[in-house]
Design a protein around this ligand. Structure first.
Ligand code: HEM
Length: 78
């Protein structure tokens, strides 16, 4: 589905084809819209508070058979 799938790239032309909340079947995540709003608000507030926030290293990946994630990501703020 995605070229270079291990890269975090939300600007891909087909980024909306991700299936983090399910693939559209009968058990598609009931909280998808709430989760999207929470994520949007968190990132808006974070970037408003720290406009110069940027990563200075690679993310430490959470290795799990249940959920993929990032344990930590070194950043600088002013
Ligand atoms: C980033 C956050 C979240 C992710 C990545 C996520 C992901 C998922 C996934 C992959 C499924 C299974 C989809 C399927 O089998 O087709 C699911 C189901 C579900 N999610 Fe979420 N979810 C998130 C947040 C939430 C929130 C905030 C709520 C509720 C407030 C929620 C409620 C549910 C429920 C009730 C189901 C079961 C739906 C069913 O079985 O019919 N989720 N979620």
């Amino acid at each position: 589905m995605f070229e270079n799938p291990d890269a975090f790239d939300i600007t891909r032309y087909n980024a909306s084809k991700q299936i983090a909340f399910g693939a559209g079947g009968p058990h598609f995540c009931l909280g998808a819209n709430l989760a999207r709003m929470e994520i949007r608000v968190v990132l808006q507030k974070l970037l408003a508070a720290f406009p110069d926030l940027h990563a200075t290293g690679r993310p430490d990946a959470l290795l799990s058979q249940f959920v993929h994630g990032v344990k930590s990501l070194p950043c600088t703020v002013r």
